[in-house]
Design a protein around this ligand. Structure first.
Ligand code: N01
Length: 538
């Protein structure tokens, strides 16, 4: 069995930066990645139209000044190939590949209390022992295809947006279906509609979507960031979402109806997720939220020519922003095309799949290919894919049977030296992921250095501190409208998954300050060697 200081799972943006930091801190580190190359979510989600809805000047690493000055983004909101090229560049620039095993899954990781080490087993049969075991597997990386009746009878081609093939797929001349209208569906549908002979979109719940108003990067815009990059990055770290969005810090009802509509119209014209920053009470006051939602519905009616289709596309069953808001390029316009049909599977669900298509109500639909844009087992799915067992063989799945339990989304009691990057209970998916990734990686690295400095071997949260944090995460969410939606934030998209709000929405800056205070207070809520030794002996 080989031995290293740290085993890391995943070579996406978390794993890459973690490897760089741990290695620089002098720790021998091995990273295992199930994909054939670096990039994580951007390696797998290569469906047509895939693009990031956070501006690239912000959705990028800040840890290296020269890197952020050297790299040029071609567009304001980058397409998947450009983000993947960036991940590859980072891997090469910092010589990271030599410590990454690709096409290799970590299947289990068990804590051995006698040796105070983790033993990780891989899909290639290797066993590696390590003092630290770190899951850097991302929050949205376990693709889900629902268990539709007769799915295996279907003999055409099937694809999932989150597990897209690496070779070019030619849909021209095909009868194509897309099931699902979340961010992935909404991004891919306009592109697929141009390619396929006919596209049928199966929609269970309509989504709020704002145009991205994407544009090519101008030198002027790039300079406006790069000239003061470190100052802007510092502001991002203390912001609500980890990105600089202009929040209009007044209530929607502090202005006249005309002024309110003008604000929405301006934000709509600017595009992007900044729409939700139109007023400061959109996610806490349902009447305020209604005004923002109604403006989007009005826009849908304006764009979509067929009023029945426009109504079907208009979300009404949950407040705007409580499911991840979508950002699109020509989504609603796509439903004006002659070769596109929208089918409501809320009123009448998909009954079953058959060899050449699927059946909804009385009607059979025939397809050459079906694209599942049906989402992910988010936040916990990728952690549960590895059989993780802590002290006394306690499994993570068992501990979290009623929902994830973490301290700060970083660690969980009974699992010493096991860290999660952007785990449940941290801002994670409710933030600019790269900002949150950098913060967690820095926290983990500095905690390890702290342990080394004080000659300590083990670290884990105190159960009381963990319980308080779990409660705090729910309390914060319950003050907002978020729990009102059947979202993947709530685990609602996976049958049988416990319903609770998984990310922390107290704000990126607030969360960072809490972490800093905890560290300054001698890692309040964490316990180290001595206490653990006593607990173990009891
Ligand atoms: O997945 P989703 P996604 N029968 O879960 C439907 C990030 N992301 O891949 O709403 C019928 O949002 C489901 O219907 P419903 C982003 O954080 C970012 O699109 O459950 N339909 C829904 O319409 C995003 O939120 C970017 O009723 C079923 C769809 O499938 C997250 O990834 C781009 C069904 C799933 O939508 C996930 O987005 C892409 C069933 N049994 C993704 N089960 C950007 O940065 C599910 N559906 C822009």
């Amino acid at each position: 069995m080989s031995s290293v200081d740290a085993v890391v799972v995943g070579a996406g943006f978390s794993g890459l930066y973690l490897l760089h930091r741990l290695r620089s801190a002098g720790l021998t580190t091995r990273v295992f990645e199930r994909g054939g190359d670096v990039g994580g979510t951007w390696y797998w989600n290569r469906y047509p139209g895939a693009r990031c809805d956070v501006e690239s000047m912000q959705y990028s690493y800040s840890f290296d000044e020269k890197l952020q000055q050297d790299w040029h983004w071609p567009e304001k909101f980058s397409a998947q190939p450009d983000i993947l090229a960036y991940a590859n560049h980072v891997a090469d620039r910092f010589d990271l590949r030599k410590d990454i095993d690709f096409d290799t899954e970590v299947t289990s990781a068990h804590y051995d209390a006698n040796r105070s080490k983790w033993i990780a087993k891989t899909s290639k049969g290797e066993q590696v022992s390590a003092r630290f075991f770190i899951m850097a597997t991302g929050c949205i990386s376990t693709a889900q295809i629902p268990e539709f009746d007769g799915l295996h009878d279907y003999s055409g081609e099937t694809y999932h947006t989150g597990n897209w093939p690496h070779e070019e797929i030619d849909f021209s001349g095909q009868r194509l279906a897309v099931i699902g209208t979340g961010s992935s569906g909404i991004q891919s549908i306009p592109v697929l509609a141009e390619e396929a002979k006919h596209l049928t979109v199966f929609q269970r719940t309509p989504n709020y979507s704002i145009p991205s108003q994407n544009e090519f990067m101008t030198e002027e815009y790039e300079r406006s960031w790069k000239d003061i990059y470190s100052r802007r990055r510092a502001e991002m770290r203390l912001s609500a979402h980890g990105s600089l969005k202009d929040l209009n810090d007044v209530s929607a009802f502090s202005v006249s109806e005309n002024e309110r509509c003008e604000t929405y119209a301006k934000r709509w014209a600017i595009g992007g997720t900044g729409y939700l920053g139109s007023f400061n009470d959109l996610l806490t006051n349902s009447e305020a939220n209604y005004t923002a939602a109604e403006f989007v519905r009005h826009k849908i009616r304006e764009v979509v020519k067929n009023p029945i289709t426009a109504e079907l596309l208009s979300p009404r069953s949950y407040p705007i922003g409580t499911k991840r808001i979508c950002i699109d390029t020509g989504y609603f316009e796509t439903f004006n095309r002659d070769n596109v049909e929208l089918v409501d599977i809320n009123a009448s669900p998909i009954q079953r799949f058959v060899s050449d298509g699927l059946v909804v109500g009385e009607r059979k639909y025939q397809f050459d290919s079906i694209v599942f844009a049906t989402g992910f087992d988010a936040m916990t799915g990728s952690l549960f894919n590895v059989d993780i067992k802590g002290r006394d063989g306690f499994s993570l799945k068992k501990k979290w049977y009623a929902g994830p339990r973490t301290y700060l989304g970083l660690m969980t009691a009974s699992f010493p030296n096991f860290f999660m990057i952007t785990g449940p209970g941290s801002p994670s998916v409710k933030s600019n992921m790269i900002v949150s990734i950098e913060q967690h990686v820095d926290f983990v690295t500095e905690s390890i250095l702290h342990m080394q400095k004080h000659d300590m071997k083990l670290m884990e949260p105190d159960l009381g501190a963990e319980n308080d944090w779990v409660k705090h995460v729910q309390d914060v969410a319950n003050k907002t409208l978020f729990p009102r939606a059947n979202s993947w934030y709530m685990g609602a998209n996976i049958p049988g998954k416990p319903r609770l709000f998984m990310p922390y929405i107290g704000g990126v800056g607030t969360y960072r300050k809490i972490c800093e205070e905890i560290v300054a207070d001698n890692y309040r809520g964490f316990v180290f060697d001595k206490v653990l030794a006593v607990t173990a002996a009891e």
